[in-house]
Design a protein around this ligand. Sequence first.
Ligand SMILES: *Cc1c(COP(=O)(O)O)cnc(C)c1O
Length: 413
Amino acid sequence: MRPPSVDSLARSLSDIDLPPPLLVDAARTAISNGEPESAREEAVRLQRALLGPAINATGVLLHTNLGRAPLAYSQPAKATNLEFDLDTGTRGSRNHHAANLICRLTGAEAAVIVNNCSAAVALVLAALARDHAVAVSRGELVEIGGGFRVPDVMAESGAQLVEVGTTNRTRLADYQTAHQAHDVALLLKVHPSNYRISGFTEDTSVKSLATLEVPLAVDLGSGLIDNACSWLRDGRPPWLGDEPAVKQTLEEGADLVTFSCDKLFGGPQAGVIAGRGDLVEACAIHPLMRAFRPGALVLNALQQTALAYLRRDGDAIPFWRMAQTSVSELLSRAEALGVGRPIQTVAMTGGGSLPGEHIPSAGVEIAGDISQLLRDADTPVIARVQDQTTVIDLRTVDPSDDSLVADAVASST
Ligand SMILES: *Cc1c(COP(=O)(O)O)cnc(C)c1O
């Protein structure tokens, strides 16, 4: 029998929601593999390789592989005042919308928004310390997932790293010695987001570093905005531990802070540099800013998140809504699923923040490893497997997805 033509095979797939050129690709691959009957499978594979929704049932709230903080956002296909001053009718700055709200939230004099926190750190170093020395504690020369290594970023930005103190103990005197020997242009304190040093340790506080006559930049990473957590009904949750916040770090004397917007801030992927006006301005006018600036979609999503904070409406920020759901509510949802066995679980923030901090949670467990079958569901469900048991943690599942989870489990068992 002659194999079908590529075109007729592609046409037979027209019920699959992919543009014709991709259906043709699937048909061609199947025919060249000598298996025309696999064309449908190929097309589905192409479809699943597209960016799409997934249900995070891992219990890791800020799952980096699942896009960190979940966020709903849409905007009309209309022009915006992105860089237009409505009062004067002349050119404005894209840095005066969300950035001003971040200042209002944190007490910073000025702020600038870039694509992520890595870009924020790189820009601070390039703008303030190119060809100058930057002092960093040996205990803070960290790698923060995905290959972001402080010494490497430093080298790329043209700043010279001066290592201070030891891995476990660094004192103010160590910074003073480094400053005298190297004419340091900037002190960089890096929050060791994803690991902890314990035992015989000593760290130099922001307050005491601020007493030195050198600008102090603190890379906070996680972006907890304010210690008080006034946007949460029950105030600061215990699992935040001693996580430092942006507002208080600035109050303690940091000249600049940098943080991610899609970690504890719960917004879109972006990064913020906030603090002293002249230093922020030096970053904002640096040539790299053009390469690092986000577009209106991101700035608009960030603005919405910032407005939710100002309204003290943590429930409007999906990350915080999920984080503060009570265990009893999660347990009743687990029972209502009607599949698996309801259990208490342990969730975590993830995203390279708060290692070792546990958030009490609940979900269901199912005997055996059904994780692959769950991933094959129309809306893939990503679960956790431990000791040949599949665990669905509901803390990270939006309640409107519970029925999809129940269906996926029911058809996998
Ligand atoms: C997460 C993190 C970064 C990197 O942030 P991205 O937004 O992922 O680029 C940098 N520094 C610290 C301390 C972090 O925790």
